[in-house]
Design a protein around this ligand. Structure first.
Ligand SMILES: Nc1nc2c(ncn2[C@@H]2O[C@H](COP(=O)(O)OP(=O)(O)OP(=O)(O)O)[C@@H](O)[C@H]2O)c(=O)[nH]1
Length: 400
């Protein structure tokens, strides 16, 4: 074979080997399973900066985030040796669909005295004035509120008079219908959690101390991740030192980054501003801002809340202001709700700790007083113990 042909063959073989090796290297990356947060940052996006720290779980700011193995189950270890990063466990949250069905037993356990009590009273042979008084008392004890309780008693009196009673199935049906009317299925309970006008949805979470704000954000982040959304958290609770840590731990569990201040007692409005800026830059779907718990009668702190919202709105309007209320505090929650709503227009209520109280009637009282729907309910301390509020499922659980 002539030398020039031999050289040509050697060159072709070498080219083939180089191209093959390159292709194998490029194809080596693992596919990211749905729901796993990787990165929303484009290659040409600026790196985060300013007072707040963008904490992307398992990765320092800058390089791309680690990916998880395809088909990941709970507690999947995420690793990317090529970046020399530590292994970070990322959980796969439970699907949102049918959550209330899964958590129904908890609602039934704590609230069935209400439903059972009403059913027993209404099924009596003779419903005299004493029985109606007892029915009213049962409703008031469940925190339904005076006006709705009287309304319900009147409606039941009327229907029992016309339709008769005693047949347990019939009694159950009419009670169900009347309770459902009070809970009001016509209210819009959808959470705004999608990008619109080229920017993320901004969700602010407010409430008094210890009601479950941070926990709720952590649980909600999981809900959004389960829906395959990109989420970013902002730790504007700079009052309690451990709060930012608590929030970023929740985020890290599902691979969601947290923007927080590295300065103790930093201005919460500026942390919120940075978080929203990062969310816009990184093109996420939802930014959730945690705020410090504050008593509704502390004027300075309530003013601060108004300021946080105004500062956020320099960049993007706030789509949701979720007021978290602890269901076990009963009517006291109503006073809180009114004051909070005056300062930052509340768009939805999250009622936590419904697993630990027989006062499910508070749902009706709150919605009536504020005209704001209960959008989510907390039914336990577990990471997936938060469910969208479904009026029918709720009333059914009361009557179980
Ligand atoms: N049983 C039950 N406990 C809950 C629920 N939601 C939150 N908690 C618990 O309530 C406690 C307070 O929750 P946090 O999220 O720290 O409350 P917070 O409102 O952020 O507190 P501050 O930042 O101090 O105002 C925690 O122990 C939570 O586990 C719920 O739906 N059911």
């Amino acid at each position: 074979m002539p030398t020039d042909q031999l050289i040509l063959i050697v060159v072709l073989v070498a080219v083939f080997l180089v191209v093959g090796a390159g292709a194998a290297f490029l194809l080596r990356g693992r596919k990211t399973p749905p729901g796993t947060y990787t990165t929303t940052r484009d290659a040409n996006d600026p790196a985060p900066g300013g007072v707040a720290v963008d904490e992307r779980p398992g990765a320092p700011a800058g390089p791309p985030a680690p990916t998880a193995d395809a088909g990941a189950g709970p507690d999947t270890l995420v690793e990317d040796e090529s970046l020399g990063l530590e292994e970070v466990p990322v959980e796969v949250p439970a699907p949102v669909l049918g959550r209330l069905a899964r958590l129904r037993a908890r609602l039934v356990r704590s609230n069935n005295a209400l439903g059972k009590g009403l059913l027993a009273l209404l099924s009596r042979d003779d419903i005299d004035e004493d029985v109606w008084d007892e029915i009213e008392e049962t409703l008031l004890l469940a925190d339904l509120g005076t006006e709705p309780a009287l309304e319900l008693v009147d409606a039941l009196r009327e229907r029992v008079k016309i339709e008769g009673h005693r047949d347990p199935e019939r009694v159950r049906l009419l009670l169900r219908e009347e309770l459902l009317k009070l809970v009001d299925p016509s209210m819009d309970r959808e959470l705004v959690s999608h990008r619109q006008d080229g920017r993320p949805s901004i969700v602010m979470v407010v409430g008094v101390n210890g009601v479950g704000k941070t926990t709720t954000i952590g649980k909600l982040a999981r809900v959004f991740v389960a829906e395959d959304k990109d989420v970013l958290l902002g730790a504007a609770d700079t009052f309690r030192a451990a709060a930012a840590e608590q929030l970023s731990t929740w985020g890290a569990r599902v691979g969601v980054p947290t923007v927080k201040s590295d300065v103790d007692g930093a201005d919460p409005a500026s942390v919120a501003f940075e978080a929203v800026r990062a969310g816009i830059e990184q093109e996420v779907d939802v930014v959730m801002i945690d705020t410090a718990g504050r008593l509704q009668n502390k004027v300075g702190l309530m003013d601060e809340l108004g300021k946080i919202k105004r500062v956020i709105e320099k960049q993007a309007s706030v789509d949701e202001v979720l007021l978290v209320l602890d269901a076990t505090t009963g009517q006291n929650g109503l006073n809180q709700a009114r004051v909070f709503s005056d300062v930052v227009k509340v768009t939805g209520i999250v009622l936590t700790k419904l697993d630990g109280t027989a006062k499910g009637g508070i749902v009706v009282a709150i919605q009536r007083q504020l005209g704001v729907p209960v959008k989510l309910i907390g039914l336990g301390e577990g990471p997936d113990d938060l469910a969208p509020f479904d009026p029918e499922a709720f009333v059914d659980a009361l009557l179980d």
